[in-house]
Design a binder for this molecule. Structure first.
Ligand SMILES: Nc1nc2c(ncn2[C@@H]2O[C@H](COP(=O)(O)OP(=O)(O)OP(=O)(O)O)[C@@H](O)[C@H]2O)c(=O)[nH]1
Ligand SMILES: [Mg+2]
Length: 428
């Protein structure tokens, strides 16, 4: 079974919590804070795998959840980082956000890609000792890990894509020009899954050819095997349309040519407009003055396509065809790589969080407790040891209207404010 599109769920690990702890040593009466930080949660990382050509493995496993970070401990011990999960996909897999349908990443090179970052570990109280706060009794919790639903879609990477009706001889041609051994048989729809072959045309020269199932009239409406598999030739720089010239199926070559053009058009105008060469196959079965071939040539000529009579049996015309493919490829742009359609901000799971959503309530002891996702994210990013970072924190609270909100709630100079596990005195 061939699977080239599938939905999966991924979740990065949460960060571990920071520890609240104080040094206790034999002769040290009162030690300073020594609570260690939480470890970071494991990431979800995609990597390409040369060995596979299908997303079949995802049929059995569709949920990937990375390990959380360990909690910090006393004696400044850092929590263990959660292990990353590495998901291997065939080269040419496109990762989309299932909700928006937007492309997050085209896995067509060998670079690993982190799709969900693990949550940062929270800081232990060792970070929070200041001249005025010698005994910090707080630490920060780890941030949650990102989670997403993704659609993985395989679009094979090839220079040349074969298209044609069933039994036109597409697989026979791939077998004739490469080491690939796709199944060849008389009956229609022999090929059920796409395959690739490398065509060597000389030392260090060559190109990749993709063979896909046959297309029939009405494929866009689901006839035959439908037309979704055309996605595997969408990146191709050149289409090689294989037409059966023998007349054995009781149709003319021109009719067959039109049928395929029409179906390509219905799938994507862009694909239909891709440079194209026509291979008039099975020419071992006809006479040189064959009318069927002559009218196909006239039709193709008018559209600017070259026709090469070939036979995969006698190998007639194959060399000339490969030379022309190579010549045209040299003038064409490289294989399409799809740009990401999302920004990092789009992909934040805390995306919709706004400062306006911050809520303030009074704790029994009188402290003003602020909660909200936006604030949680902000707090997670601040390094309280660093002056600039602190200034950024203050500015963000101001700009986000949190300070005004606190005032409106009755907070005055000297009152205690709590934001997640951070606590400070309000200074107006
Ligand atoms: N006489 C002759 N027969 C050929 C030639 N090329 C292919 N055939 C025959 O045509 C039939 C179909 O060939 P395939 O290569 O399986 O055709 P296909 O286009 O891949 O077909 P699907 O996978 O079903 O879409 C087989 O019986 C081949 O032996 C040729 O050049 N001459
Ligand atoms: Mg085939």
């Amino acid at each position: 079974m061939f699977i080239d599109k599938i939905k999966i769920f991924v979740k990065a690990g949460a960060g571990g919590n920071g520890a609240v702890s104080f040094r206790r040593e034999k002769y040290v009466a009162q030690g300073g804070p020594d609570g260690g930080d939480g470890g970071n949660g494991g990431n979800i990382i995609f990597k390409t795998d040369e060995g596979t050509n299908t997303l079949l493995a995802f049929r059995y496993k569709r949920k990937f959840i990375a390990e959380p970070g360990g909690n910090g401990e006393g004696a400044k011990r850092h929590g263990k980082n959660g292990a990353d999960i590495i998901i291997k996909v065939p080269k040419g897999t496109i990762i989309r956000n299932a909700e928006s349908g937007k492309i997050i990443k085209d896995m067509s090179d060998d670079e690993p890609f982190t799709v969900c970052k693990g949550g940062r570990g929270g800081w232990g109280n060792k970070h929070f000792a200041t001249p005025t706060r010698q005994i910090p009794r707080f630490a920060k919790n780890g941030l949650p890990g990102d989670e997403k639903e993704l659609v993985l879609e395989l679009k094979m990477i090839a220079d040349v894509g074969l298209v044609g009706l069933p039994s036109a001889g597409k697989s026979s041609l791939l077998a004739a020009v490469s080491q690939a051994r796709p199944k060849v048989a008389e009956y229609h729809f022999t090929t059920l899954e796409p395959s690739l072959g490398v065509v060597n045309t000389g030392e260090d020269r060559g190109f990749v050819m993709a063979d896909i199932p046959g297309l029939i009239e009405g494929a866009a409406e689901g006839a035959g095997l439908g037309h979704d598999f055309l996605r595997h030739i969408e990146r191709c720089r050149l289409l090689l349309q294989v037409v059966d010239i023998s007349g054995i199926e009781g149709r003319t070559a021109s009719e067959d040519f039109d049928t395929i053009s029409q179906e390509l058009e219905e799938f994507s105008e862009e694909l239909a407009g891709r440079p194209r060469i026509i291979a008039a196959n099975k020419c071992d079965t006809i006479l040189p003055d064959d009318e069927n071939l002559a009218s196909l040539k006239i039709l193709a000529d008018a559209l600017g396509y070259k026709v090469f009579p070939i036979s995969t049996v006698t190998r007639e015309g194959i060399h000339e065809l490969l030379c022309e493919i190579e010549r045209q490829l040299a003038t064409l742009p490289p294989i399409t790589v799809y740009e990401s359609e999302t920004t990092e901000a789009d992909e934040e799971s805390y995306e919709d969080a706004l400062p306006e959503d911050t809520e303030i309530r009074r704790a029994p002891g009188g402290a003003f407790v602020c909660t909200g996702k936006w604030l949680e994210k902000l707090c997670g990013r601040i390094n309280f040891d660093d002056r600039e970072s602190l200034m950024y924190f203050q500015k963000s609270l101001n700009d986000g209207g949190i300070i005004d909100k606190l005032r409106a709630a009755g907070c005055a100079e000297g009152d205690t404010v709590k934001m997640f596990d951070i606590e400070f005195d309000f200074v107006d």
